[in-house]
Design a protein around this ligand. Structure first.
Ligand SMILES: Nc1nc2c(c(=O)[nH]1)N[C@H]1C(S)=C(S)[C@@H](COP(=O)(O)OP(=O)(O)OC[C@H]3O[C@@H](n4cnc5c(=O)[nH]c(N)nc54)[C@H](O)[C@@H]3O)O[C@H]1N2
Ligand SMILES: Nc1nc2c(c(=O)[nH]1)N[C@H]1C(S)=C(S)[C@@H](COP(=O)(O)OP(=O)(O)OC[C@H]3O[C@@H](n4cnc5c(=O)[nH]c(N)nc54)[C@H](O)[C@@H]3O)O[C@H]1N2
Ligand code: SF4
Ligand SMILES: [Mo]
Length: 864
């Protein structure tokens, strides 16, 4: 207590903290100070009424989830009053979801980090000292330089969540010579991308062209709540159903909002979607419903070969393993084929986040090829995203790519993980650091909440983050005192996505490429600095060999230089255009329809050669011979970006990758049962997880308008299963999970851990599955995230430092709701902030691709 006398406590004090002063920021401390009593009434901070005459409209790009919708910020006297959709966005036509609108509360969250902080106590103790940015930059630059000079730049790593700053990170790491850019892709989408890559040579999400479709077959996407293009796709599906009478058939282990709004919902046993899709393919080929012309011209296997492969996958076999009736499989296959080519079968995490997810997704994509709907309007459309098509490159001088590799970002056990882009196998990072597979010195984390969002997050992840011998120096960029920030040595307060610059885009459901700008709608509060600017400022402090790559005034200058490479007809400055409009659709480009059929002009064929398989090769500007097309009769067409330039039903490169790690795989998308699920004892269930419409991963819990809607996440359990255990809604169970079996990390089948949760009994889930949502159960993140109300005095609060902080900071006043109206807080008799089950979900990379098998965890439950 004596020591405490010199230490300020709680975020209220953070606002009055002088450089050099010390503060204790730990939720336990704040909770203890709050007590269980109601807080004394806090002064009510009334929102100013909107005065429409004064409003400025600032277009930008949402990042409250990965859908990146166009937004317009409505600003009055420097304050963000509301967010609307940008009507020029080709995907959304100006609509937004609840998260996009509710994000205004993040800029004014009284618990925003405002100053750079340096750890002074033990790591994870919560004692911080306010420092200057100059000290923060110099500390980082000095430490990074030591590693470069010692010949070990790979000991500097950036670990990012959803960032959209790829070009900035590439540049920083290339300049210092480190390849170690870690991300969350294997937790998110590697199997899907790998499946698209193996089949059509593209690694992005497909663009189901639902508006023109007549049959929409959805394997495990919850696009009315989530997906990478939720609004875009939900709009088009509504159009397709209204305009063309399209039928929507959804497979999900759970009655999601998408399943509930479909024409049919089928609940398969987890991880059997591939088997169901193969059985549908069996029916289509067996009954001659396939598109022979497409297969002959564009698939790298003939109809006979396909029939041979599909022979074993009868609907009856699929029924035995998936529980979906053979009659339904037959009927859906016939309906789907009859609607083709205006029919699309697509996926998302429900099919792919499994041990066998890579082949599940390949089997679904292949259905589209069988009926010839690949690349067709109303079918399985796809297009390239990114900025390259707009001429955007790294501004000069371009740093060379690092030549070294480490087991962290390039683990050899999963050979398909890094075959094209750096896919990486994120979920093994902390395990490998602990095992000494790579040595780190400086670990920079950004928009990442690994203790909450990663498997074994609260156990292994936290153990490694705390251990100074494993992670000697950790700098965390975040906007709130988060799950990651608590375990850092240096906290770098970031600008939110509403306060910073960046380029962005996704696939356009109108099938033409577009590019969007993210620009500050308001300036960041306090001393917050965009992490992209932090990297530039560190770079400038390195030796001239590195510093020469950071000669930008700031991040805005970097983005301006990128924009100057974009040519918009009739427009002098693309940067000014994007600042005014938010985005630009390149209408001069043809629609991304049947791209593979595009004819390569004779002029481009000079110096090319055609091999015996008909693949046309030509030297690229670097002198390397690359496949550019495929000869079809008289003409050369572009084909697919696969080695054969055809749609690959069987993939030689997959077979080769598998052979590298002794996995038996002939390159066909066979159904492989999940080893942990084979001969499952009767008392074992599968623990699944899912996302909510109003929450995104770990980034929305601190937005009070969203947490007020969803702040609790009990375990969903089927009524029949619940009765077997004598359970009713509201009862508590202990969930015990087991490590996986098979060709994966730590395949022991042993108990991993147990956790107590409440149950929610429902008909809307498979009887062998229990499920709990992600995004909740925060131990950090402030009152809204932790579900804890409290008095202003002892709790996070922000009193503007009059005259000392920018005017924008004055909006970060205390929030009456957080102090007094958090009715779901335990102190108010509510349920608190929910559960985080990732503590007991095992790290479980799938073979070859390394994707985390989120939805395969075997568990038992016991009433407590
Ligand atoms: N609201 C919201 N939107 C988001 C996000 C968010 O967190 N919240 N996150 C964004 C990101 S990063 C992603 S990756 C996407 C994810 O978007 P989605 O993939 O659409 O959403 P998920 O909840 O991850 O998984 C989809 C569904 O899979 C089901 N499922 C589980 N196992 C199986 C199975 O074996 N078979 C089938 N058929 N279904 C199964 C789950 O019940 C769940 O409803 O959403 C993006 N958009
Ligand atoms: N059980 C289970 N776990 C899952 C999933 C699941 O379905 N079930 N889904 C997985 C998926 S698909 C994904 S993509 C991952 C995502 O998981 P992560 O990669 O961890 O990403 P986020 O949850 O978006 O990161 C949240 C962190 O970013 C911080 N943050 C928010 N905005 C900003 C900002 O502007 N600047 C900075 N510097 N920080 C910010 C938040 O405060 C928080 O600390 O989670 C995975 N985890
Ligand atoms: S779908 Fe995602 S990107 Fe679009 S408005 Fe909602 S949160 Fe923002
Ligand atoms: Mo994701």
């Amino acid at each position: 207590m004596k020591r405490r006398a010199f230490i300020k406590s709680g975020m209220a004090a953070l606002s009055t903290l002088a450089v050099g002063e010390i503060i204790l920021l730990s939720p336990e401390d704040a909770a203890a100070a709050t007590g269980r009593k109601d807080a004394p009434p806090a002064p009510v901070a009334r929102r100013r009424p909107i005065d429409y005459r004064k409003l400025q409209r600032v277009p930008s790009t949402c990042l409250n989830c990965s859908t990146v919708c166009g937004i317009v910020g409505l600003v009055q006297d420097g304050e963000l009053m509301a967010i609307e959709g940008n009507p020029q966005d080709p995907n959304t036509h100006g609509t937004l979801c609840a998260k996009g609108v509710a994000a205004i509360s993040i800029n004014t969250y009284p618990e925003r980090l405002l100053y750079p902080l340096k750890r002074v106590g033990k790591r994870g103790e919560g004692l911080w000292q306010r420092i200057s940015w100059d000290e923060a930059y110099t500390t980082l630059a000095t430490r990074i330089q030591v590693n470069i000079d010692a010949g070990h730049p790979e000991r500097v790593a950036i670990h990012q969540g959803r960032s959209r700053l790829g070009a900035e990170f590439d540049r920083f790491l290339s300049a210092i010579g480190s390849p170690v850019q870690l991300n969350h892709r294997a937790l998110c989408s590697s199997n899907k991308r790998a499946a698209n890559y193996a089949s059509i040579g593209d690694t992005d999400w497909e663009t189901p062209h639902a508006a023109k479709s007549r049959y929409i077959l959805n394997f495990g996407s919850n696009f009315m709540e989530c997906h990478q293009g939720s609004i875009h796709l939900a709009r088009r599906v509504a159009e397709g159903r209204a305009d063309n009478g399209a039928r929507l058939v959804t497979f999900d282990v759970r009655l999601s909002n998408t399943a509930g709004r479909s024409d049919e919902w089928h609940a398969p046993f987890p991880g059997t979607d591939g088997l169901i899709a193969l059985a549908m393919g069996h029916v289509i080929l067996d009954e001659g419903l396939h598109n022979a012309a497409f297969i002959d011209n564009w698939v790298n296997a003939g109809v006979d070969e396909l029939r041979q492969f599909y022979a074993e996958y009868t609907p009856e076999r699929a029924e035995r393993e998936s529980g979906i009736a053979a009659a339904d499989i037959r009927r859906i296959a016939r309906e789907f084929a009859a609607a083709a080519p205006t029919a699309v079968a697509f996926t998302n995490r429900g099919s792919q986040a499994h041990y066998n997810g890579f082949n599940n997704d390949r089997a679904v994509i292949l259905l589209n090829a069988l009926v010839g709907s690949i690349g067709r309007e109303g079918g399985y459309a796809y297009m390239k995203t990114g900025f390259g098509g707009f001429g955007v490159r790294q501004p000069e001088p371009v740093p060379p790519k690092p030549k070294t590799r480490t087991d962290l970002e390039d683990p050899p056990e999963w050979p398909l993980a890094n075959r094209w882009q750096k896919m990486r196998v994120g979920e093994i990072v902390y395990d490998y650091i602990k095992a000494g597979r790579a040595k780190l010195d400086v670990y920079l984390s950004y928009t990442l909440a690994a203790p909450l969002t990663w498997p074994e997050g609260r156990s292994l992840t936290v153990d490694v983050l705390k251990d100074e011998s494993l992670i000697p120096f950790h700098a965390c960029s975040d906007i709130v005192y988060s799950e990651m920030a608590h375990y850092a040595d240096l906290i770098l307060p970031d600008a939110s996505y509403l306060e910073r610059w960046g380029l962005d885009n996704r696939d356009n459901y109108e099938l033409r490429p577009y590019i969007a700008l993210r620009q500050p709608i308001t300036p960041p509060p306090g001393e917050c600095v965009s992490f992209a600017d932090v990297l530039i400022n560190i770079g400038k402090r390195l030796k001239p060999e590195q510093a020469k790559y950071f000669q930008f005034a700031n991040h805005e200058d970097f983005v301006r230089q990128q924009c100057e490479m974009i040519r918009i007809p009739g427009v002098a400055s693309a940067f000014d255009y994007l600042k005014t409009h938010g985005l630009w659709v390149d209408e001069s480009k043809p629609k991304a329809v049947e791209i593979y059929k595009r004819i390569i002009p004779a002029a481009d064929l000079a110096g090319s050669r055609t091999d015996e398989a008909g693949v046309v090769w030509r030297a690229n500007p670097q002198g390397k011979e690359v496949a550019i097309g495929v000869r079809q009769g008289e003409v050369v067409q572009r084909g697919f970006d696969t080695p054969s330039r055809k749609f690959e039903a069987r993939s030689k490169q997959v077979a080769q990758a598998a052979a590298q790690v002794n996995v038996a795989d002939d390159g066909w998308p066979h159904y492989v049962p999940i080893p942990s699920h084979v001969d499952l004892p009767d008392d074992r269930l599968i623990l699944s997880t899912f996302k909510w419409n109003v929450h995104t991963q770990a980034r929305t819990a601190s937005q009070k308008l969203l947490s007020e809607i969803v702040h609790d996440n009990p375990l969903w359990i089927n009524r029949a299963t619940a009765q077997g255990h004598g359970l009713k809604s509201g009862d508590w169970v202990e969930v015990t999970t087991y490590r996986p079996r098979g060709n994966t990390l730590h395949p022991t089948g042993e108990v991993l851990g147990s956790q107590r949760v409440r149950v929610h009994v429902t008909e809307g889930i498979h009887p062998k599955v229990v499920a709990i949502s992600a995004s909740l159960g925060h131990a950090f993140g402030g009152r809204a995230a932790e579900g804890r109300k409290g008095a202003r005095a002892a709790n996070p609060a922000y009193v503007a430092l009059k005259g000392k902080t920018p005017a924008s900071a004055e909006v970060l006043r205390e929030d009456h709701d957080l102090a007094n109206n958090l009715w779901w807080s335990k102190a108010a008799g509510g349920k608190g902030g929910g559960f985080n089950l990732n503590a007991i979900i095992p790290i479980h990379p799938a073979p070859i691709t390394g994707m985390q098998s989120w939805f395969d965890t075997v568990c038992t439950i016991r009433k407590v």
